[in-house]
Design a binder for this molecule. Sequence first.
Ligand code: FES
Length: 171
Amino acid sequence: MCKSRFKQVFSYSEGMENYLSNIFRQYTGASREHLIPILMKIQEERGFIDEEAVAVTGEYLGISTARIYSLATFYDEFRFRRRGSNHFVVCCGATCWMRGSEMITRMIEDETGVLPGGVSTDSQWSLDLTGCRGACQKGPVVLYNGEPVLFEDGDDPVAGIRKFIKGIKNE
Ligand code: FES
């Protein structure tokens, strides 16, 4: 049923049809309440949510793309660009900022050539900033490919992350 509805309404790239059809099929009724679960599923499978997926999902659910972006950007977790193979997220909440996350962000920019929200041209590196993750006592919070980078008490987090990046480069 999903698929025939697509064919009536949409024209999009080859492969996207089956891909989205399979996701939409899991949510019966094309209800607006399915928006967030559908976006989560798309991101889970593709690593990000591209413009075409947003447009098709919006048409399918009867929600404008502007509304989707407005809702989805409320959640830090959604990503609308492809990630690099080495993806850093730095917390810029107040506590982490005071504990050095600004310096860490600048160091990552210097080491990778990527600005927050960006991806390197070779798709090796990407960097995002996030709000408080609720782990302020462990700050500055830095995630690498979704996992926290851990520091020992007394460690210099900037030096620690620099060493971490150099290790990746030398692999
Ligand atoms: S400010 Fe970074 S986890 Fe709370």
